[in-house]
Design a protein around this ligand. Structure first.
Ligand SMILES: [Zn+2]
Ligand SMILES: [Zn+2]
Length: 179
């Protein structure tokens, strides 16, 4: 399966160059235009069109004339219905669309170049690294942290009044007391 077919399949379309099998043309319906009894034309992809080839051509010529007249009056070259800007042949909206399309194409080209560059790299043997072996800072053991018990120990079982070393037998602290 080639790339074009893959792209067409993902897009839900037929690949370019695919010719639909043409069935029997006897059951073609009539042209939708008034006062025209011709059979409808067959489009390039094999499906029947809504009008005969003569009417289609006439319609296309009419659209071309109308568009040419609009452009001659200062209409946009692309849509024909809005006035074109000064110093440009497109209207504001068509210019924005054109810029968007150009940006899209440019980005597509950049992506394609990146893909081609990646595909052009020679295949290398995969060598196991430390990360593959599981040696990583994210797999390391957690650092020991001081727990709450360290910062707020249990109350001293010995009452302070019995801790004789807190009081000097010769100094009762009279200098520190308020009188
Ligand atoms: Zn017709
Ligand atoms: Zn326009």
């Amino acid at each position: 399966m080639d790339m074009e077919s893959l792209i067409a399949e993902w897009g839900g379309k037929l690949p370019p160059g695919f010719v639909r099998p043409v069935g029997p043309r006897t059951g073609r319906s009539e042209c939708k235009f008034k006062r025209c009894r011709n059979k409808v034309a067959i489009k390039r992809d094999g499906t029947p069109a809504h009008a005969c080839q003569r009417c289609l051509d006439r319609r296309a010529r009419s659209c071309k004339r109308r568009r040419a007249a609009l452009v001659a009056e200062g209409g946009c070259r692309r849509c024909g219905y809005r006035k074109r800007l000064e110093d440009d042949f497109l209207c504001q909206r068509c210019r924005g669309q054109r810029d968007a399309e150009r940006g899209r194409k440019r980005q597509d080209a950049i992506d394609a170049a990146a893909i081609v560059e990646f595909a052009a790299q020679p295949e290398r043997v995969h060598r196991a690294s430390n990360l593959d072996c599981g040696v990583s800072i994210w797999n390391g053991r957690q650092k020991p942290e001081p727990s709450a018990a360290y910062w707020s120990p249990l109350p001293d079982p010995e009452p302070k009044s019995q801790q004789l070393w807190r009081q000097s037998p010769w100094d009762d602290g009279w200098r520190l007391s308020r009188r």
